[in-house]
Design a protein around this ligand. Structure first.
Ligand SMILES: [Zn+2]
Length: 62
């Protein structure tokens, strides 16, 4: 009962991501090769799609 999900690839360097079971839509994950952050934009039993994560400035204030 192995459902093979096609591994999403880094949009920058084409390195395959290892699909994590706990990924959810909106999850931010980092390419292990180039460090580019990607956002999980779609995840279901059949497909995982990533997009470049929007650059978010971490401004938590004081
Ligand atoms: Zn990469």
């Amino acid at each position: 009962m192995t459902t093979a999900i096609a591994a999403p690839k880094c949009l920058v360097c084409d390195t395959e991501f290892e699909v994590q079971a706990d990924w959810e839509k909106g999850e931010i994950t980092e390419c292990t090769a180039c460090g580019q952050e990607h956002e999980v934009v779609e995840k279901n039993a059949a497909v995982v799609r990533l997009d470049l994560a929007p650059e978010v400035e971490e401004d938590w204030g004081e």
